[in-house]
Design a protein around this ligand. Structure first.
Ligand SMILES: *Cc1c(COP(=O)(O)O)cnc(C)c1O
Length: 404
């Protein structure tokens, strides 16, 4: 249970992918200093989102980039990505409406959720969406009925080893099943385009994509035997942000992906699609919180630091201590000691880190601020609407390229 204890939260140093963005790193800090917004709040730097998008665009020049909207559905973030020419991976009517409202073309939207109601498929089709994920006969039948002629791709289940937040078995089917579904899709008058997979979010192992790419190759081969030529491989999400645990640089991921594609598709490279969520927005956000109380523990060992942010108003990904944010405090530089970090609600599960070793300044007390760095993904979008009377996490956007 102490295998995570080598990590420390007290560092200002990007320990993760460390792809420096080139944007003013302090645009967010400047906003926090000048505006002093009420806490907790999330502040996003659109310049950093832009830089991440361009980095990925350069690293995978032939792949269509579909931003996974659930990572951060802030309208200005979506609007920024529309402006950059991004496509979008959505999961619900609400996310489709959001993208369209921010100016996305319906053809740029991929309905990537395999779990959807027939009427939601119909609504998406009426709005012009023409690309749908599937992984079951029931969903495929719905699509064929209410989205005639649409493009479909089939999600296969792949090994998520190396992921900090794996998907389990909820999505995806076996490659053999995918062949059957895609052949059936053609019989139903749909346009079966290819295969998708997700290697698991915050995937720290660049070789993880090899599982999905070789599964895709098996589906391509199986379909070819049945006279069906597929043309697209959707590489999913999984690219990392920078938490206390360091992640390899983007170049390592791209190299392993390219090698696997060359090996599995030696004669003709399929069209590529990629669905980054965390990678585009994670490092672009800082979550500012306030210390509510610091108390001594019963055993006198570790102080308990209670923040005004917790499991229910933005830090859902601290469940199982899967995601360990880097921290910065208003008392950095003072002598540090070990702490347990907890949220503000009356729920016993609202404890952020007790197995992971975090050390914070001994001088820390109520009213001080604690910033959680690289908190732009899966925070505001996971915030409850009012558990225990705590309001949903507000998000502000700044632009580091537009400040002097
Ligand atoms: C959540 C999700 C993504 C984004 O995953 P990240 O790990 O944040 O990059 C991509 N595709 C699908 C289908 C998803 O559900």
């Amino acid at each position: 249970m102490t295998d995570l204890s080598a990590t420390t939260g007290v560092t200002d140093r990007p320990s993760g992918t460390a792809q420096q963005t080139g944007a003013a790193p302090d645009a967010i800090q400047q906003f926090l200093d000048q505006q002093r917004p009420e806490t907790p709040c999330l502040v996003m730097d659109l310049a950093q989102v832009r830089n991440r998008y361009r980095q990925l665009r350069t690293a995978l020049p032939d792949a269509r980039i579909c931003y996974a909207v659930k990572a951060n559905p802030t309208p200005d973030v979506v609007g920024e990505l529309v402006g950059l020419g991004s496509s979008f991976d959505v999961a619900s009517p609400g996310e489709i409406d959001l993208c369209l409202a921010k100016g996305a073309a319906p053809e740029s939207i991929s309905y990537g959720n395999t779990i959807k109601k027939r009427r939601d498929v119909a609504r998406a089709y009426e709005q012009g969406v023409r690309l749908f994920a599937t992984d079951s006969a029931a969903d495929l039948a719905n699509i064929a009925e209410v989205a005639p002629g649409a493009q479909v791709f089939c999600r296969v289940l792949v090994d998520n080893t190396g992921s900090r937040t794996p998907f389990g078995r909820k999505f995806g089917c076996l490659p053999e099943t995918a062949v059957e579904l895609l052949v059936r899709a053609r019989e139903l008058g749909l346009d079966p385009v290819g295969v998708s997979f997700h290697s698991g979010s915050q995937q720290l192992e660049p070789s993880a994509w090899e599982h999905g790419i070789s599964a895709a190759q098996r589906v391509f081969a199986g379909c070819a035997e049945r006279g069906l030529a597929l043309r697209m491989v959707n590489l999913g999400g999984g690219l990392p942000a920078s938490y206390t645990e360091s992640a390899p640089p983007l170049a390592d991921y791209v190299q392993r992906i390219e090698e696997a594609l060359d090996r599995c598709f030696p004669s003709a490279r399929p069209e590529l699609l990629v669905e980054p969520g965390r990678f585009l927005v994670g490092d672009a956000g800082v979550l500012r919180s306030e210390v509510v109380l610091v108390t001594d523990s019963c055993d006198g060992e570790r102080r308990w630091v209670y923040l005004d942010i917790g499991r229910y108003n933005g830090l859902a990904e601290t469940e199982g201590e899967a995601i360990t944010y880097r921290l910065r405090t208003s008392r950095d530089g003072d002598e540090v000691g070990p702490v347990v970090l907890a949220g503000p609600t009356c729920d016993g599960d609202d404890v952020l880190y007790q197995r992971t070793r975090y050390e914070l300044p001994r001088t820390l007390r109520g009213g001080d601020w604690v910033d959680l760095l690289s908190a732009g993904a899966y925070t505001a979008s996971y915030s409850s609407v009012g558990f225990n009377g705590f309001t949903p996490l507000p998000t502000y956007c700044v632009d580091g390229d537009q400040q002097s």
